[in-house]
Design a protein around this ligand. Sequence first.
Ligand SMILES: [Zn+2]
Length: 349
Amino acid sequence: MADTNQPANLCGNSLNTLAYNGTTPVGVITGEGSDMSNSKAMKSKGKRKLISQTMALSLIDIAKRKEAPQQAKTYWNTYHCQNKITSHDGKLYGKYCKNRSCTLCLSIRKAEIINKYFPVIKEWQEPYLVTLTIKACSAKRLNYMFKGVLRGFSQIYAKCKKRNQRGNGIKLMGIKSLECNFNPVKRTYNPHLHLIVANKEMAELLIDEWLQKFTSKFATRKAQDYRRIYNIETALIETIKYGSKIFTEPDVNKEAENKGTAMIQAAALYNIFEAMKGLRIFDRFGFNLPKTHQKERKGARAVTGHSEWVFMAKYHDWLNIENELTLSGYIPDAKLAYMLKNYIDVQTE
Ligand SMILES: [Zn+2]
């Protein structure tokens, strides 16, 4: 049954009804804008905004507790990301914070990567998904371990490249993404790399070299993994989770969720973001992307016949400032709403 306290949604209404230009006849928009005609995409935007804003508040609390005003400021920027949106001619315009902690910005970054890499990777005959891990560590050592993982990979790549140039070894080719899981019971962090490589031989070579480099002190064979990819798109999405699972999908742990024990590990996430600062999380190796023409970014311009929307946490949606219509029509399911309210752990780290 419809919630009568919920403002009316834009979806299904003619855009003409939005063509108010009474009190603010001129608006300013910048960039290409994003399409607003797909109602499913609009609802996910609403969901991401709700998660992002709720998480930002938790991360701000943690930054305050750690007496880190600069970090708090960063998370406030995420909190405000896309708070105000201007719609014009079927497109949405707003300011992005571009922080790693922002699910709105992250989804754009991910889509960009998929669009860029999918056409290349789908041509590979026998792609493999590889996971390279090292021993779990404490929060304190996380930055050191991240750097060690990235440096270790670079050294392996350079060694194999040299060997290949001398004519005795294969050339490695793929994409890689740095990631980290948190174990709330042991309070440890698991830095690892997710990679997609062009064939099985490369996957096996990488694992052999990895074990040799990190030795049994830091890496065991059973903690490394490789498997054939049959669905490139799913594998790409899996690979570019970008940093940490805990953030992008609060419902990632299905088993724990079903048992009602799932938590969003905000304090751990805070440490992961801090430790990843300045590091290149996603990269390619052994191949180049085809050259594309960069579109020139459209600068600021004045428009009329636009609408302005402001995000209201209370309605988990953007409201039109003139007629109070909602923009996305997103209504959180009870489970997510409950989790965001009760299951964010700002202590365990
Ligand atoms: Zn953002």
